[in-house]
Design a protein around this ligand. Structure first.
Ligand code: TYM
Length: 344
């Protein structure tokens, strides 16, 4: 089997309301992986337009996600930070993958079903083909590792299926062009830790999400200390004390969620958190969670606000990132064209 250089790719949609789920499920891991891998972190604006966007808000949100990446600790000099629409090869490879993936594969995607709702006929074709674009994002750089939250697992499996089918369908041409027995790696999802699926603060059965109409359901990265404190104090809990063992969190989704958030923010495991707080009531635990959240998220939120207003800095980061991303993208796309039999 062909060997691939380890490379990390991931992305966040610029659709507003960046929240604690995005931070703990994805961005924290982006930061960690910088010390062990070459990383590309993308603001996936082509994905954002699969549902309607107001142009001025989209532009501001692209800059906000970029600011969040940098404020959280991603180094845009060492690694590549860019927005997808500046590297046209994403759309180009996505088209190729539209022709590799099968309609049946896409029909099984639960996220499409959720997002399209009852009125599937009226959803954009882009929303349906979204996972092919996501596969293109990753495979354009032949990335091997993809840090994401739990909700992206199915899309990652599809990206692996697309990579495998492409490698199989074009095996002869891939070998003839000197790429051995596979051109694309099977990208590995990195879904680890105590907060791979952060839940709503109002309802432990629902994922924390940008689109929840209740702002009290999520902690936004832009929230100030008072807002964070208020949201945590109002977070739904149950009347029982905290258990001392993780087994005691079964069927207590809200308690489980808050313990997971605490563990992730403090770089601990759930059992460690329960050893410290087990037997105590929620109000003491919530106070500790407020202090921890404000200490960890406050400085990031403040820096994010400062950076996003520095438009010339942010746009320079994106332009530089796009230039470097394009160098890799162009080379890999040229190889794909040769493999497919296009004349260039
Ligand atoms: P998006 O923009 O919805 O979310 C960005 C990242 O945040 C994670 N996430 C969560 N993690 C834990 N708990 C939550 N409640 C929560 N909500 C969101 C997501 O899993 C994701 O990692 N399709 C992707 C963007 C994308 C992408 C890619 C990711 C496009 N191309 C290529 C990786 C590689 C998405 O919509 O993420």
């Amino acid at each position: 089997m062909a060997k691939f250089i380890e490379r990390v790719f991931s992305g966040v949609q610029p659709t507003g309301n960046l929240h604690l789920g995005n931070y703990l499920g994805a961005i924290v891991k982006f930061v960690e992986l910088q010390s062990t891998h070459d990383c590309l972190y993308c603001v996936v604006d082509l994905h954002a337009i699969t549902v309607p966007q107001k142009p001025e808000e989209l532009r501001a949100n692209i800059r906000e996600v970029t600011a969040a990446y940098v404020a959280a600790g991603i180094d845009p000099k060492q690694h590549i930070v860019f927005n997808q629409s500046q590297v046209a090869e994403h759309a180009e490879l996505a088209w190729v993958f539209n022709c590799v993936a099968r309609v049946g594969w896409l029909s099984r995607m639960t996220q499409f079903k959720e997002k399209a709702g009852k009125d599937k006929e009226n959803a954009s074709v882009g929303l349906y083909a979204y996972p092919c674009l996501m596969a293109a994002d990753i495979l354009l750089y032949r990335a091997t590792h993809v840090p994401v939250g739990e909700d992206q697992k199915q899309h990652l499996e599809l990206a692996r299926d697309i990579a495998q089918k492409f490698n199989l369908d074009f095996a002869e041409s891939i070998a003839a062009h000197g790429h051995g027995d596979a051109f694309f790696p099977s990208p590995e999802p990195l879904i680890q830790g105590p907060a791979t699926r952060v839940m709503s603060l109002r309802d432990g059965s629902k994922k924390m999400s940008k689109s929840d109409p209740s702002d009290y359901s999520r902690i936004n990265l832009s929230d100030d200390a008072d807002t964070i404190a208020q949201k945590i104090r109002k977070a739904k809990t149950d009347p029982e004390a905290l258990p001392s063992e993780p087994a005691g969190l079964a069927h207590r989704p809200e308690a489980d969620n808050l313990v997971g958030i605490y563990a992730a923010l403090n770089g601990e495991t759930k059992p460690e958190v329960l050893r410290a707080f087990g037997g105590g009531n929620f109000s003491a635990f919530k106070s500790a969670l407020v202090d921890l959240s404000v200490a960890k998220l406050g400085p990031i939120g403040a820096e994010m606000k400062r950076l996003k207003d520095d438009v010339s800095y942010i746009d320079a980061v994106l332009a530089d990132g796009a230039y470097r991303a394009k160098t890799i993208a162009r080379e890999n796309m040229a190889a794909v064209k040769d493999i497919l039999g296009f004349v260039r």
